[in-house]
Design a protein around this ligand. Structure first.
Ligand SMILES: Cc1cc2nc3c(=O)[nH]c(=O)nc-3n(C[C@H](O)[C@H](O)[C@H](O)COP(=O)(O)O)c2cc1C
Length: 230
C-alpha cells in the first residue's frame, strides 16, 4: 500500500490481484466523458462524489472481491467502516442492479443511490424499465440486460456505469474510508464503463483478478480526467 500511495497509480500485489490506487484529487465529479460512450458526455451534470480520503494507515485486511454479488456493498461498507479495505465486486453488477430492482428494491437502497447518479436520465430510464414495487410475480423470470459487447452500445454501457456507481456509492455511505472495486481482467467488454461508474462514485482502489491488467492504470488516468479511454 505504501508504494501504491506514493504514485498516482502505483501498483501493489496482493493474492490474486493487482491493485491500483486512484489519484484522490482527480476523482471526477463533473465534466465530459468519452470512454467509448461519446453521447453520454452531454448529459453529465455536476455530481456529488465526495473526495476519497486516503487510508491513514495500511489496512490489515483487504477483503476479497467475490463475484458475482457475493462481495456486495453492505459487506464492503462494513469492512471499510472498520478501518480496513472493503471491496465490492463489480462483476455483472449491472445485471445485479436490475434484478434487485425487479425484487422490489427492499430498503430502497438502489433507488437512494440512483437518485445521486450524475446522469439522471439514465437512472430514470432504468427505474422505469426494471423497478417492480412489489417484486416479480411468483414464477416470472427476471427481465435481462443484453450482453455487453466490444462494439459498445450507448444505452447498455450507461447501465453499466450506473450499476458500478450504485455499488460503490452505497459501500461508501456513512463513513469516510476508502472502498475498492474488483473486476476480472478477462471479462473486457464492460471494463471501461465499469471503471467510469466506480470513479464517479469515488472509488479508492481498483483490484483486478483473472489476468494481468496492464492497460488499466492508463485507462484510469484517462477516465479520471474525463478523457477518451481504450
Ligand atoms: C465465492 C468466491 C468468489 C470469488 N470471486 C472473485 C472475483 O470475482 N474476482 C477475484 O479477483 N477474486 C475472486 N475470488 C477470490 C477471492 O477474492 C480471494 O482472493 C480468494 O478467495 C483468496 O482469499 P482467501 O485465501 O482468504 O480465500 C473469489 C473467491 C470466492 C471464494
Amino acid at each position: 500500500m505504501a508504494d501504491a500511495r506514493a504514485s498516482a497509480l502505483g501498483s501493489v500485489h496482493v493474492p490474486l490481484y493487482r491493485a491500483f490506487r486512484c489519484d484522490p484529487d482527480s476523482i471526477p465529479v463533473c465534466g465530459a466523458v468519452n470512454c467509448l460512450m461519446p453521447d453520454i458526455s452531454a448529459d453529465v451534470r455536476p455530481g456529488s462524489a465526495t473526495p476519497v480520503k486516503p487510508h491513514g494507515h495500511e489496512p490489515l485486511v483487504i477483503q476479497g472481491g467475490m463475484g458475482a454479488g457475493v462481495s456486495a456493498w453492505l459487506l464492503a461498507r462494513t469492512v471499510s467502516a472498520a478501518g480496513q479495505l472493503g471491496v465490492v465486486s463489480g462483476t455483472g453488477i449491472d445485471t445485479i442492479l436490475v434484478r434487485r430492482l425487479q425484487d422490489g428494491d427492499p430498503g430502497g437502497h438502489m433507488r437512494r443511490a440512483m437518485a445521486r447518479f450524475p446522469i439522471p436520465g439514465v437512472a430514470k430510464r432504468v427505474l422505469e424499465r426494471f423497478y417492480l414495487p412489489t417484486g416479480r410475480p411468483a414464477g416470472q423470470r427476471y427481465a435481462a440486460l443484453p450482453m455487453p459487447d466490444h462494439r459498445g452500445s450507448l444505452r447498455r454501457d450507461a447501465i453499466t456505469v450506473l450499476g458500478n456507481f450504485v455499488e460503490v456509492f452505497l459501500a461508501r455511505e456513512g463513513h469516510d474510508q476508502p472502498v475498492g472495486i474488483n473486476y476480472l481482467t478477462k471479462i473486457q467488454a464492460p471494463t471501461l464503463p465499469s471503471l467510469y461508474g466506480a470513479l464517479l462514485a469515488g472509488v479508492g482502489y481498483v483490484l483486478m483478478g483473472a489476468g494481468i491488467p496492464r492497460d488499466i492504470p492508463g485507462a484510469l488516468d484517462q477516465l479520471a480526467r474525463h478523457e477518451a479511454a481504450s
